[in-house]
Design a protein around this ligand. Structure first.
Ligand code: FAD
Ligand code: UDP
Length: 374
């Protein structure tokens, strides 16, 4: 077989690039994935009870990037959806990100009002403050509040998820869920928030339904290298694996997902409930909140953080911290030696904690810069 491009990985990054190359450049693509489906970690499927489930954990689409929103809207209609999360703290289910409503749920009204006044005085209203930043406050009451939030919302959740304390990670990690001085209970505030109406897999199916794209599943790209002729390659898998672990294994975190179906219509008040302090799992998501399905039964997915063991489980998260960035840089310099004959992109290959829209934006940019201009 002869193609213009070999693309490794059919997730957001690989699928976006395959679609652009096929439709805009009229060039031929072979898209290879070792899994038995397209969509990468965003893959969804109907389980035996008819519930649309996310095999690799709950995926909620949100973006401020109009380019990404417009691009994906060619391949899917959307169901508007605002994600809400509650966390079990001190025996109550309270809104997360921690916001002014959370304050009033946990503390006596007069004390909550005092803290609200201090928060708005120090930071302003409608402002997001990362917990590690709030901990630096010199105001005694605010430092006390920061300490309470740190200990009750972040510390044990982060230890479960990463086996690290929040300050051992790049501040951007806990900064994803900042304290929000607002009455807005939503998990995200992005301009565009919605779920693909018929699911992610259907959206990917439409992206990839182009005569210039051939898809090969359940295949490691190394298996096709001898049989397929191609001009250039795009690789979206883990970078250390591409270079046969020349500089040792890059650290990633993994998860084990446990799906449970209950004989009840609804189990939780909101899409996700976090358990920062109890149990070995971090959170439980009820799929139907995300999909909007009306069914008599309901399916939950429970997330148990795991050490990543190459070959045994999946690399889901890069671990953002300085020493890992240095380690990654060694692989980056190997990649640079290839002089653009192989392009690397995606959450695994870039070793960046991308959301779906960021993976898509990265692919669109790579297309415009490296692919089109050659
Ligand atoms: P991936 O989806 O990982 O795709 C890479 C593909 O490459 C995989 O399918 C893999 O099988 C394939 N591959 C790797 N090596 C090889 C090889 N040697 N040969 C062939 N194929 C190979 N983002 C959000 O925006 N909102 C969310 O709510 C959200 N929730 C998440 C929850 C969890 C638990 C996780 C893990 C991620 C979540 N994300 C979320 C992030 C989202 O999954 C990623 O941003 C997105 O999937 C990245 O796409 P990608 O194409 O770069 O990588
Ligand atoms: N986090 C936390 N408690 C929470 C929610 C999040 O400590 O209740 C921290 C934790 O370190 C987590 C990070 O914030 O890994 C990012 O959370 P997010 O929900 O964005 O994680 P993801 O959905 O990517 O797994």
């Amino acid at each position: 077989m002869k193609v213009d491009w070999l693309i490794v990985g059919a997730g957001f990054t690989g699928a976006t690039l395959a679609e652009r190359i096929a439709s805009q450049l009229n060039q031929k693509v072979l898209l290879v994935d070792r899994r038995d489906h397209v969509g990468g970690n965003a893959y969804d499927y109907y389980n035996e009870h008819g519930v649309l489930c996310h095999r690799y954990g709950p995926h909620i689409f949100h973006t401020n990037a109009k380019t990404v929103w417009d691009y994906l809207s060619q391949f899917t209609e959307w169901r508007p959806y605002y994600h809400h999360v509650l966390a079990h703290v001190d025996g109550r289910a309270v809104p997360v990100p921690f916001n002014l409503n959370t304050l009033y749920t946990l503390f006596p009204p007069r004390y909550a009002a005092k803290l609200e006044e201090l928060l708005t005085g120090e930071y302003g209203f409608n402002v997001k403050v990362p917990i590690l930043k709030m901990r630096e406050s010199t105001n005694g009451d605010l430092a006390g509040l920061a300490d309470y939030i740190y200990k009750n919302v972040f510390l044990h959740y982060t230890r479960k998820q990463w086996e690290l304390d929040p300050d051992q990670l790049d501040p951007s990690v806990t900064g994803r869920v900042p304290v929000y001085i607002s009455r807005d209970d939503r998990y995200f505030q992005d301009r565009y928030q919605a779920m693909p109406l018929l699911g992610y897999t259907e959206m990917f199916r439409r992206m990839l339904a182009h005569p210039n794209i051939r898809i090969l599943l359940q295949t490691d790209y190394r298996e096709v290298l001898d049989g397929v002729k191609f001009n250039r390659m795009i690789y979206t898998g883990p970078l250390d694996s591409y270079f046969d672990y020349l500089h040792g294994h890059l650290p990633y975190r993994s998860l084990r997902f446990e799906f449970q179906t209950r004989d009840t219509e609804w189990q939780q008040a909101v899409g996700t409930v976090n358990y920062p302090n109890e149990y070995d799992f971090t959170r439980i998501t009820e799929q139907k909140h995300l999909t909007g399905q009306k069914l008599a039964k309901t399916t939950l997915v429970v997330e148990y953080p795991q050490i990543y063991r190459p070959g045994e489980n999946e690399a889901y998260y890069p671990i953002p911290r300085p020493e890992n960035r240095d380690h990654y840089a060694k692989y980056e310099s190997e990649a640079a030696k290839l002089n653009g004959s192989v392009l690397f992109a995606g959450r695994l290959a870039d070793y960046k904690y991308y959301n779906m829209d960021q993976a898509c934006a990265r692919a669109l940019k790579l297309f415009a810069t490296e692919v089109v201009r050659g």
